[in-house]
Design a protein around this ligand. Structure first.
Ligand SMILES: Cc1cc2nc3c(=O)[nH]c(=O)nc-3n(C[C@H](O)[C@H](O)[C@H](O)COP(=O)(O)OP(=O)(O)OC[C@H]3O[C@@H](n4cnc5c(N)ncnc54)[C@H](O)[C@@H]3O)c2cc1C
Length: 360
């Protein structure tokens, strides 16, 4: 297992925080779920807020499933600890990684020395900016869509002002109140993707958050902002997700806009399929799982792409949108918050479709 960055960097990198039911189950089955179960917070619903009113989507009542709020960096810490406890190799700060999917082989530099690994298969889990996808680009078809907005995200040292995530649709744009711990809140606002974070002093961010979350009788608590940044939003994927004996997983193969809280969960779903396929091949000589890896993963990837696009389209303001588009968004929100069938669709996708649903 090779990682470009140092260990401190990867365990401090704050990103996703919502684990869907299948991700929780996978971590438990892999023996890395104990701290998540102790320290994570189970959430059985979210709030959709618009026109100063909140509408709860009751996951437990609608589909009998839930999510866990537990930071991605905590998952990474648990995985590193387990890898070390198992005495398996894990190298940080590797450089100049080169991948050959045919042989297959990986060359890299570590501690100033060049190394070469020969392997039976390579898992390309090196994220959107890694080298694996580029190495096999000639064999892949890329599909991409950029959104005309990004998310300005902050981490604030203040107790969350809510027990469940709040997704707010406001005429000034989308806002999300997420949670990290009893002492840490994660909040986002929709901004221009080309905006500079320097244009957003802390007071301006809080002012915008207060406006977009406004609801009579509810107050947003402020606290010191300890991290802030702007992330662009895109839908992206490659087909297929494999070439020769190189298998892409996670952000290396696809990116979803974060509105559905799916990026990390989709990465875990890929890895689950890949782990089983590799086990069947290496232990039992059965390569059918590897051969169909891409096809199996892409069924979920497209479903999740659709859900993430749908949540994004329903909740964000688009530049130059006309009145018809605004009324259509409003009609969708009214439907989702009033119809049991529509809110069940949201609940089922947000908490994550069960593994194997596509074969049912
Ligand atoms: C600001 C931000 C907020 C996010 N919020 C959410 C959220 O709320 N919910 C959600 O579900 N998702 C969210 N995501 C997305 C989520 O974090 C990703 O989908 C998830 O990290 C994908 O996991 P991955 O393992 O595929 O890629 P990564 O986590 O990116 O891991 C890839 C690793 O490969 C390493 N690497 C890169 N190149 C090389 C190389 N050449 N050699 C060796 N190693 C290499 C990288 O350093 C990195 O550690 C967010 C992302 C960002 C950036």
């Amino acid at each position: 297992m090779l990682e470009l960055r140092d260990q401190d960097y990867v365990i401090q990198r704050v990103r996703a925080g919502v684990l869907e039911q299948g991700t929780m189950d996978t971590l438990r089955e892999a023996g890395v779920g104990a701290r998540m179960d102790r320290e994570g917070a189970v959430h059985e619903g979210i709030e959709l807020r618009y026109d100063g009113e909140g509408h709860r989507i009751d996951f437990a009542g609608l589909c009998g499933r839930a999510i866990m709020v537990y930071g991605q960096q905590e998952v990474v810490k648990d995985l590193i600890e387990r890898r070390r406890a198992d005495g398996l190799p894990l190298l940080f700060e590797v450089d100049d990684v080169e991948v050959d999917p045919d042989t297959p082989k990986v060359a890299f530099t570590h501690d100033g020395e060049r190394h070469e690994l020969t392997a039976k298969a390579i898992a390309g889990c090196d994220g959107f900016h890694g080298v694996c996808r580029d190495t096999i680009a000639h064999a892949l078809t890329e599909r991409t869509r950029e959104y005309p907005f990004g998310w300005l995200g902050i981490l604030a040292e203040v107790a969350p002002s809510t027990h469940e995530l709040i997704y707010a649709s406001h005429e000034r744009g989308f806002a999300l109140h997420s949670l990290r711990s009893p002492e840490l809140s994660r909040l986002y606002i929709q901004v221009d993707p080309h905006d500079d974070i320097e244009n957003w002093p802390d007071e301006r961010i809080w002012e915008e958050l207060h406006t977009r979350f406004e609801k009579p009788g509810w107050t947003l608590q402020e606290g010191p902002i300890v991290e802030k940044g702007i992330t662009p939003m895109r839908s992206f994927l490659v087909e297929p997700m494999q070439h020769e004996r190189l298998y892409l997983a996670g952000d290396a193969a696809h990116i979803v806009p974060p509105t559905g809280a799916k990026g990390l969960n989709l990465a875990v779903a890929d890895v689950r399929v890949l782990a089983q396929a590799l086990t069947d091949w290496l232990r039992g000589g059965d390569a059918s799982g590897l051969d169909s890896y891409s096809e199996k993963c892409l069924a979920r990837v497209w479903r999740v792409q659709h859900f993430s696009w749908w949540m994004t389209s329903m909740l964000h303001r688009f530049p130059e949108e006309d009145e018809i588009q605004q009324r259509l968004q409003r009609a969708e929100l009214d439907y989702v918050t009033s119809s049991r069938a529509a809110s069940t669709m949201l609940a089922e996708n947000y908490t994550g479709l069960p593994y194997g649903w596509e074969a049912a």
